[in-house]
Design a protein. Structure first.
Length: 291
């Protein structure tokens, strides 16, 4: 317990210190906008840096349970869900906004923001789907820390671990909400909706990580969250429909909450073995080999 507590404390101090310190330097010293992706990089990789330092030098536990293996053969369906899921969430949120009269479909706007819009629709969709795959390594910076390290150690119970990790993850993001990255009219309300949205995403990412045994699966889903959900929401619902960030968060929360309910009600958040494999699946394999 002392070993775990020491590691958790060091991880949180490093993650928050490096991230919030980098925001301070970027905004105050360099006077840069956090909308600039380059300005976000130090913050984005601070959880990974913290996890490496703690694993290697603080607790000296190594990387055996970090989920670094790709596991493509066994986790193919989870990669597919992580890849396509964000597109479906955007479609559901935009459809809900249209049904509520908050958004009027604008084909011209969609063509302007869609990569390769002057090309055939299948090509444009392929470019949208390719973006998270190409950017996947960038999101390892967070997932190696949040899912690969923190989630495994805050609680032995997967549901509680996902909720606690999601709350910490949301608070870690607060400087982005309070600066020009989000730039909404009601920061306090947006902190609340951002927290709910982040916790919902954390439950889904926890399931993808535990079910696949690979940190690269939530990396792919995280990339989709930022590049597909974030980008299209800003363009279609904020810029196109004039909705505030809190309203956009709530629109996305509806499909994400539905996915979370499915995960929780069907008992899909389960413990994993030390090497990152799903515990019930590993037991089944062991019984098969013994037979």
């Amino acid at each position: 317990m002392r070993h775990t507590a020491k590691g958790l404390l060091a991880f949180l101090l490093l993650s928050f210190g490096l991230a919030w310190g980098s925001v301070l330097v970027v905004r105050v010293v360099a006077d840069m906008s956090l909308v600039n992706p380059l300005a976000q990089l130090p913050m984005a990789f601070s959880p990974a840096v913290a996890a490496v330092v703690v694993r290697r030098w603080v607790t000296r536990e190594g990387f055996h349970d970090a989920g670094l293996r790709l596991r493509v053969r066994g986790a193919g369906r989870y990669y597919l869900a992580a890849w396509v899921g964000p597109v479906l969430v955007v479609a559901a949120a935009v459809g809900l906004a249209a049904a509520l009269g908050l958004y009027r479909p604008d084909v011209a706007l969609l063509r302007r923001i869609l990569p390769g819009a002057d090309l055939a629709a299948p090509v444009a969709l392929a470019l949208v789907l390719a973006a998270p795959v190409l950017a996947l390594p960038l999101f390892w910076g967070e997932e190696f820390g949040w899912r690969g390290y923190l989630q495994r150690r805050v609680s032995p119970h997967p549901v509680k671990a996902a909720l606690v990790t999601g709350t910490i993850w949301a608070v870690w993001h607060y400087p982005l909400v309070l600066t020009d990255y989000l730039g909404g009219p009601n920061p306090l309300l947006e902190l609340g909706t951002w927290t709910l949205l982040t916790v919902a995403q954390a439950v889904i990412l926890a399931w993808l990580f535990l079910a696949s045994g690979s940190v690269w699966v939530p990396c792919l889903a995280h990339a989709g969250n930022n590049l597909v959900i974030g980008s299209f929401s800003d363009s279609l619902l904020r810029d196109g429909a004039g909705l505030d960030p809190a309203t956009v968060d709530l629109l996305h929360l509806v499909p994400l909450a539905a996915i979370c309910a499915w995960i929780l009600l069907t008992g899909r958040l389960r413990p994993v073995t030390a090497d990152g494999a799903d515990a019930p699946a590993a037991e089944a394999v062991g019984r098969t080999r013994a037979a």
